[in-house]
Design a protein around this ligand. Structure first.
Ligand code: HEM
Length: 460
């Protein structure tokens, strides 16, 4: 078959395309290059060939799991020191992935997640308390408080453990250790291996961070084993005692610990970043803010917010989806071809190529999203808009067997948090002239985005 060459910015002899990107900000680099090169382009970085897919047609073709899979390359390899064969960083053919996936899928379903309502509300109330105490004069750094929220929710709902980030001046040491490891892993994956070997001190610091995090998870585990809580609805009992329906095995102790770290990594920056983006959009588009608040007032009013309200908060849910479509926390998704193949019937790739899916450009493709793809408009999903999208159009949570296992968890947590915030507070931007910029770690979030909050009249 005839293939069409994949465009590539002219590489330099020694550095390949390193000069064409900012290695610490791959998302923004890829959006900028997509503007120039269109639906697909290629980069040569640290000895590896990266193929970036930017359009609906090219990305959608890689969701064919008979021809493509999630590769454990690049940053995923680096993250294995912390996350091992946990769900996020294991190969699909690793035994531990199958065991954990089968054991955990049912408890992560919407019905399993509803049991976590009280735990989530407990932490959301702590955010409300903090915002009340800060009062309308103080600025709130969104990424800080939404990180506190997301981290504490996972700690409590997954392991029955309180990180108590709302009771600290800064954040729990685990949060900082984790951020350091995520940033360092990203950097290591863009360096040549020789250079990584020479960076002895940063490697030692990384190991110390990883050990501290593993030690904390082990402590939480030992505590639960010594003091069983048979009635707890958190995930720790499932992790420790549930049996794989296929092999009859429980998860190994080491794998439980890797998955504990995995939930903390996968669940806190993503959820926290999405809430930050969401409030950015709502505050930039006051009529959308009003619509979301009106829905909250109609559905929940001043009364207590209960699990039965959840399915009725449609605008709130699609406001979150639209924030994810516009610019989600996971900017790039990774794939590779199982055999040499043609992407979209024309672009030749080999299994050694790392295929990156540029989710922002993909979810702005005007062929799917129309001429107003660059506008923040939750209405596009209403009245069947979501159901009638072409196949695989909305993929903020990934695809296929390796899609986000925490989707229902994240959706419930975010809908709950947004509803409680809109029910009780009037939120405004601390600086009305703020322009969105992106702060990258493993995920992206709005950089230095600050808000001010005051109680809505009569709501206290
Ligand atoms: C995987 C997005 C929240 C746990 C993924 C993937 C995406 C994603 C795109 C696929 C990654 C890949 O293909 O490499 C999101 C977004 C979230 C979110 C946008 C919030 C807005 C959560 C939460 C948890 C979680 C709250 C846990 C409680 C995981 C795990 C995986 C995963 C364990 C790996 C699944 C596997 O490969 O088997 N997520 N996620 N995520 N996510 Fe999430």
């Amino acid at each position: 078959e005839d293939s069409v060459p994949i465009p590539q910015p002219p590489p330099s002899l020694f550095r390949g395309n390193l000069g064409d990107i900012d290695p610490s900000n791959m998302p923004e680099s890829s959006w900028a290059l997509a503007e120039t090169y269109g639906e697909i382009f290629k980069l040569q970085i640290a000895g590896r060939s990266i193929v970036m897919c930017n359009s609906y047609e090219t990305v959608n073709d890689t969701f064919d799991w008979d021809r493509f899979e999630k590769p454990i390359m690049g940053v995923f390899v680096e993250l294995r020191s912390l996350l091992g064969d946990g769900l996020f960083t294991s190969r699909s053919d690793e035994k531990a992935w199958g065991v954990a996936h089968r054991i955990l899928m049912p408890v992560f379903g919407p019905m399993g997640i509803r049991k976590m309502w009280d735990g989530m509300m407990d932490i959301i109330s702590q955010l409300v308390l903090r915002w009340d105490r800060l009062g309308p004069q103080n600025e709130i750094l969104c990424s800080d408080d939404f990180t506190r929220l997301a981290f504490d929710v996972i700690g409590l709902c997954a392991f029955g453990y309180r990180f108590n980030n709302f009771y600290r001046e800064g954040t729990h040491p685990f949060v900082n250790q984790m951020t350091d490891v995520l940033v360092e892993s990203g950097k290591r994956s863009n360096r040549l291996s020789l250079e990584n070997k020479l960076r002895i001190f940063s490697a030692q610091k990384n190991q110390a961070n990883v050990k501290a995090m593993h030690d904390l998870c082990d402590e939480i585990l030992e505590e639960r084993i010594k003091n069983p809580q048979p009635n707890s609805t958190d995930l720790l009992n499932t992790l420790l005692y549930s049996k794989d329906p296929q092999t009859g095995e429980t998860m190994s102790r080491e794998n439980v610990r890797f998955n504990m770290c995995t939930f903390l990594v996968a669940g806190h920056e993503t959820t926290g970043g999405t809430l930050g983006f969401l409030f950015y959009h709502l505050l930039k588009n006051p009529e959308k803010y009003m619509k979301a608040m009106q829905e909250v007032d109609e559905v929940v009013g001043e009364g207590p917010f209960t699990v039965d309200h959840l399915p009725k908060l449609v605008y709130v849910k699609y406001a979150i989806y639209e924030a994810l479509r516009f610019m989600g926390p996971i900017a790039l998704n990774h794939k590779h071809a199982l055999k040499p193949t043609l992407i979209a019937g024309k672009y030749y790739v080999e299994p050694s190529d790392l295929i990156m899916l540029n989710l922002k450009s993909f979810m702005h493709d005007p062929k799917v999203w129309g001429p107003d793809a660059n506008e923040y408009r939750p209405e596009r999903f209403l009245n069947g808009g979501y159901e009638n999208l072409p196949p695989n159009a909305f993929k903020a949570f990934g695809d296929g067997p390796r899609a986000c296992i925490g989707r229902a968890f994240a959706e419930q947590e975010m809908i709950m948090a947004v509803t409680v915030i809109l029910q009780n507070f009037q939120v405004e931007m601390a600086d009305a002239s703020y322009n969105l910029w992106v702060q990258p770690t493993l995920t992206i979030k709005p950089g230095d985005f600050r808000i001010k909050v005051r109680r809505r009249p009569g709501r206290n």
